[in-house]
Design a protein around this ligand. Structure first.
Ligand SMILES: Nc1ncnc2c1ncn2[C@@H]1O[C@H](COP(=O)(O)OP(=O)(O)O)[C@@H](O)[C@H]1O
Ligand SMILES: [Mg+2]
Length: 398
């Protein structure tokens, strides 16, 4: 099963891209499920139909659903959310973090969705699973959840089991929440294993393709560049960029002249910021994209005759490694003249200039504020290697 995940800033066209991609996959004969994991579901509106928390066939070969976190968690874990959260909060300390993580509306839908992804992969009923996710920040949180949970789960479950044993005879003295049975911990452990399995699926380019949707606007591009940095850093395979709502050549109205010039400038920025990812452009249509006909038209604009479930780029646009008191950032950039190369850090960005080429690279948290310590551009690889000095004493002060 191929997983195609769309993310991007709010309102850029993630749902439209997801639905049209899924539709096109189905038209090409792939059994396809499109699943919304955005708490503010709009997939049903986009497909112009009604959806439930189980797959529903929208047209031959195309299934769609919107995740209902509470129902799903209860189904997965077998206990009511209230029971789980009350119990977690009653434990205090580190469990509180986990409880909060799970109770937060977004965390909940995230956990439910991650569980479902793994389930659909295991069952193998679908050839393609398209994920219509929440805006970037929430999706990054979702994708980091298995890592966070993995760290806490072991501690939490071990401590929980001990507490449950010790606490059972004195229930009511220290806590109002019921102390759960061993079975509960087994379920929690299984839930964590499912989460880890999903993490592996989503970071494997053989299974997963992440497509970022942008509009040609400053704030949208900035937020997406940052998401791109983090996704890469956590080894999630970002495969291409969809530039949505570009003003098409037919728009000749003088009112839009300035808009078109600005968009042209931003398009160049997108090309360099996400180099070497393929970029697909979708025009601003003359009406909103609602219903299967409009989605089919959008799919043609995005993919032409290509099969959307194909992988159009595989590789790592950048990597950060650490050794001998240095962090080494290696970054794929187009051909530049070595002698022109100029590097500096400004705020939380690395500025790379070479003649007309300029790229602002949002630095990962671990590299913020660290002094630059040399760089090298290897022409044969088209990779720039930038060294950062680790702070003396090892740990960075925050
Ligand atoms: N290329 C486009 N041309 C015209 N309208 C579009 C286009 N892409 C998306 N829209 C419209 O913009 C709105 C937001 O799109 P949506 O896909 O729901 O964004 P997101 O899921 O990122 O919030 C919807 O009303 C949709 O129909
Ligand atoms: Mg949406």
């Amino acid at each position: 099963m191929r997983i195609i995940l769309f993310t991007g800033k709010g309102g850029v066209g993630k749902t439209s891209c997801s639905a049209s991609t899924a539709l096109r996959c189905a038209e090409m004969g792939h059994r396809t499920l499109v699943m919304s994991t955005d708490p503010a579901h709009s997939l049903a509106d986009s497909l112009d139909t009604t959806l439930a928390s189980e797959p529903r066939e929208v047209r031959p070969g195309l299934y769609a659903m919107e995740v209902d976190p509470k129902a799903q968690i209860e189904k997965d874990i077998g206990y009511s959310m209230q029971f789980i959260t009350e119990w977690m909060v009653s434990q205090g300390g580190i469990n509180d973090i986990l409880a909060q993580e799970m109770m937060a509306g977004e965390g909940l839908i995230g956990a439910a969705s991650l569980g479902l992804i793994q389930e659909f992969h295991r069952k193998g009923e679908f050839d393609v699973l398209v994920l219509d996710t929440a805006p970037t920040g929430q999706t990054l949180q979702l994708l980091s959840m298995p890592d966070v949970m993995g760290i806490y789960a072991k501690k939490f479950l071990r401590r929980g089991r001990v507490l449950a044993k010790v606490g059972r005879p004195t229930v009511g003295l220290f806590t109002s929440a019921p102390i759960p049975e061993d079975e509960f911990f087994d379920e929690m452990e299984r839930a964590n294993e499912r989460l880890q399995a999903t993490r592996r699926l989503l970071s494997d380019p053989k299974t997963t393709t992440i497509r970022l949707v942008v509009n040609l606007e400053k704030m949208v591009i900035k937020e997406t560049e940052r998401a791109f940095t983090y996704l890469n850093l956590f080894n999630y395979p970002v495969e291409s960029i969809v530039v949505n709502r570009a003003l098409p050549p037919e728009v000749q109205d003088p009112y839009f002249r300035q808009w078109k010039e600005t968009q042209q400038g931003y398009l160049e920025e997108v090309k360099s910021a996400f180099y070497p990812l393929p970029i697909r452009q979708v025009p601003m249509f003359n009406r909103e994209v609602v219903g299967l006909d409009a989605l089919s038209r959008m799919a043609r604009a995005v993919y032409g005759e290509d099969d959307p479930s194909r992988v159009f780029y595989e590789g790592k646009p950048f990597e950060v490694t650490s050794r001998d008191g240095h962090h080494l950032l290696s970054l794929h950039i187009p051909f530049v003249q070595k002698k022109d190369l100029e590097l500096l850090t400004a705020g939380d960005e690395l500025v790379i200039r070479a003649g007309p080429y300029q790229r602002l690279f949002p630095l990962p948290y671990a590299l913020l504020g660290l002094p630059l310590d040399g760089a090298e551009f290897k022409e044969e690889e088209k990779r720039l290697y930038v060294r950062f000095k680790k702070n003396a004493g090892g740990e960075k002060k925050r």
